[in-house]
Design a protein around this ligand. Structure first.
Ligand code: NOJ
Length: 535
């Protein structure tokens, strides 16, 4: 847990995710865009974050809202132009904000010129850039590989009389990462953006890149039952986390390492022992994989002190030497935090995220306590919901527009927004919360300010991770700083009294009592968190 080396920006810093369709519309089409993001950068500066990660804005037919890329080196007209991007990155850099792109290497759009060529004939030079396979003798799909968005992962191509594989929609054919030309083409596209000065990439579904070259059947999942998402009827034995993936991650990392201080973040949903292998292996004194394999376990763990204390212990225990931790509470694929665990617990969660050891990632809107939007059946946009309605696959609720003020469209657009504005926006919005010293936004700003100010919190060690009567506690210290902090978080649903060390309160999630001396028994409300400076 101690590893004192000089820290880089992505270690000391905080990442903020922007879903560009939903952040700020600048041209009255009801959809957010790059100039819109630029016009809101000052919010991010006043929040105190260090880097923005923007979900895809490349040219796309938008079958999966941008995760179906038709050109890796452009900007979709819905979001603006390359000139808008250039302005955005220089405005961000001028303000001291780093800019991280979302990159989608596993699949392209079926409208990408590469796929159009690949599907044009069996002898096309790009045929092998995708995963093509003959039907079985009876004409059925080649194997039991499924699509994450429902149904088989194989779609028949009439022209060339073969199936192609897609981990997601049929409009998102998977690239063949065994092919060196594919790898070179993706690395060249990464170079295009790195040359423009982007500070890193969040790589989409990094653990899915490589599939079994023998196309063997996945094993059946004994826990699956009819009615549950069809993807999980089989285990991803041959379609996920294949050993060859690590060499590719190292190649991607080498592309970034040609530039100064760029970061490779991986979207990876795996148990911790497998996840941390994506840090790579030691090569010339440093790990050669992703610097931040996203750690989503706080999203997937029961919101109770015992399992969360166990999770922190486990994560700290499995991190390889030299690996820097990170924590994520939400993203554009996950139900909003305040809807998952409730408004009070969302305050405790903010204190947890921003006082743990490791880089925090904040999803847009969490800083004002946004909840899931209400999407009526006729308002559904997400293909995941359209393909398998009513079983909780839809991601529209967590993608509703950012709430800037109390005006009818919340300051997001002057047109009809692409998803409805959350009904609680008159109270939950940046403008109102900026005027309220006890708001969620005030809490986030103060937590970030404290995190930035104290090396013990942004780069120090974590000790004494405990759970008692529903209260999670830990201390943060730094070998070169006298500051020592204790964090106490009541993750239970009733008030609790626990013992705390001698010190004084720096911040509570209710935003009262700062400066009060403490020591001995202390009463903590449900969902309350305390940050204590120890004597
Ligand atoms: C993961 C992304 O986070 C998700 O939004 C997307 O639908 C899939 N990858 C497919 O690209």
């Amino acid at each position: 847990m101690s590893d004192q080396q000089p820290r880089l920006w992505w270690q000391n810093g905080i990442v903020y995710q922007i879903y560009p369709r939903s952040f700020q519309d600048s041209n009255a089409d009801g959809i957010g865009d790059l100039p819109g993001i630029e016009s809101r950068l000052d919010h991010l500066v006043s929040l105190g974050v260090d880097a923005i990660w923007i979900s895809p804005f490349y040219p796309s037919p938008m079958a999966d809202f941008g995760y179906d890329v038709a050109d890796y080196t452009g900007v979709d007209p819905i979001f603006g132009t390359l000139a808008d991007f250039d302005r955005l990155i220089s405005s961000a850099h001028r303000r001291g904000l780093k800019l991280i792109l979302d990159f989608v290497p596993n699949h392209t759009s079926n409208q990408h010129p590469w796929f159009l060529e690949s599907r044009s004939s069996r002898t096309n030079p790009k045929r092998d850039w995708y995963l093509w396979h003959d039907a079985k003798p009876d004409g059925s799909v080649p194997n039991n590989w499924m699509s994450n968005f429902g149904g088989p992962g194989w779609t028949w191509d009439d022209t060339t009389q073969q199936f192609y594989y897609h981990s997601f929609l049929k409009e998102q054919p998977d690239l063949n990462w065994h092919n060196p030309e594919v790898r070179a083409a993706i690395y060249a596209a990464m170079g295009f953006w790195l040359d423009k000065g982007v500070d890193g990439f969040r790589m989409d579904v990094l653990w899915l890149l490589i599939k079994d070259p023998e196309f063997r059947d996945n094993l059946p999942n004994p826990e699956w039952h009819p009615g549950a998402a069809s993807f999980w009827s089989v285990l991803p034995t041959y379609t996920a986390d294949q050993p060859e993936t690590h060499a590719i991650v190292a190649e991607m990392r080498a592309v970034l390492d040609k530039y100064d201080q760029r970061v490779l973040i991986g979207e990876i949903y795996l148990p911790l022992p497998e996840l941390v292998r994506y840090y790579g292996v030691q090569e010339n004194g440093q790990l050669d994989g992703a610097q931040m394999p996203f750690n989503f376990r706080l999203i997937q763990t029961d919101w109770n002190a015992d399992p969360i204390a166990a999770l922190i212990h486990e994560y700290e225990g499995v991190l390889p030497g030299g690996a820097w931790p990170n924590w994520v509470l939400g993203n554009h694929d996950q139900s909003r935090l305040a809807s998952r665990i409730g408004a009070d617990q969302a305050r405790a969660a903010a204190m947890l995220l921003l006082t743990l050891r490791g880089t925090p990632t904040i999803y847009y809107g969490e800083e004002i306590g946004m909840t899931n939007g209400r999407i009526s059946p006729d308002q559904v946009q997400d293909p995941a919901e359209k393909n398998q309605p009513g079983i909780g696959m839809g991601r529209d609720p967590e993608r509703t527009p950012m709430l800037w003020d109390a005006t009818p469209n919340a300051g997001f657009t002057t047109a009809t927004p692409w998803l409805p504005i959350n009904p609680d926006h008159p109270a939950t919005n940046v403008a109102s919360e900026s005027a309220d010293p006890r708001s969620m936004l005030a809490l986030y700003r103060r937590l970030i300010e404290l995190r930035r100010a104290h090396p013990a919190i942004h780069e120090g060690e974590i000790h004494d991770i405990r759970s008692k009567r529903g209260v999670l506690s830990y201390t943060r210290t730094h070998p070169n700083s006298p500051d020592r902090f204790q964090v106490l978080l009541n993750l239970a649903h009733d008030v609790q009294t626990v013992n705390c060390d001698e010190g004084h309160i720096v911040l509570t999630t209710i935003m009262d009592g700062a400066g009060s001396p403490v020591g001995g028994p202390i009463t903590i409300e449900a969902g309350e968190g305390l940050l204590i400076a120890l004597d």
